[in-house]
Design a protein around this ligand. Sequence first.
Ligand code: 5GP
Length: 200
Amino acid sequence: MPSGELIFISGPSGVGKSTVCLHLSRELPAEFALSATTRQPSAQDQYGKRYEFVDQVEFKRRIETNEFLEYANVFGNWYGTLRRPVEIALSAGRLVLLEIDVHGGRQIAAAFPDAIGVFILPPSLPELERRLKCRGRDEPEVIRRRLDEAQREMEFARSFNAYRCMVVNENLDQTVSDIVAFIRAAQAAKLPVCRTNPVK
Ligand code: 5GP
């Protein structure tokens, strides 16, 4: 049975993860995994990553019936990758892209040792702060909490080996092409070795 590839991308809020993932999904090409979340829908949800919006009771039910590949609480809301669509896509040999937080990343790395983990870093914390302010989405207090959380996430990501690729997102095109090159190299490294001169 053909087996596709699982790619999970993490990084702090404001680092440009969603834009990078959108470009990756087109270039590789890869399909976004579907997640369920208890957060409210927003206007940005029509671009890129897809969500199914559920309430807490339904989310808990799905945890109990093992419907998630991984799940985590991020900024007070629950998020989980739906298991079944990912399994179907992988068994059809497709590339699947997960845009998830670091706790989800750790669960995926443990369950799928061959999955490719990519962590996106900001050029610096002041630059991350500038990007969060430019988005115009959050109050100053929320931005401060996002920056604290960003530092915790970066430390957490460095503390275990789930992320084989760490990229500083200075320039979008460069970041996307670096990640594509890394993924292609990881895929090539898994190809069976061609022996032209078999040992007798
Ligand atoms: P947002 O609500 O802005 O779409 O996502 C907020 C955070 O939740 C981001 O860091 C995103 O990567 C993470 N996230 C989104 N979907 C999932 C998921 O299915 N699982 C986990 N663990 N994190 C997710």
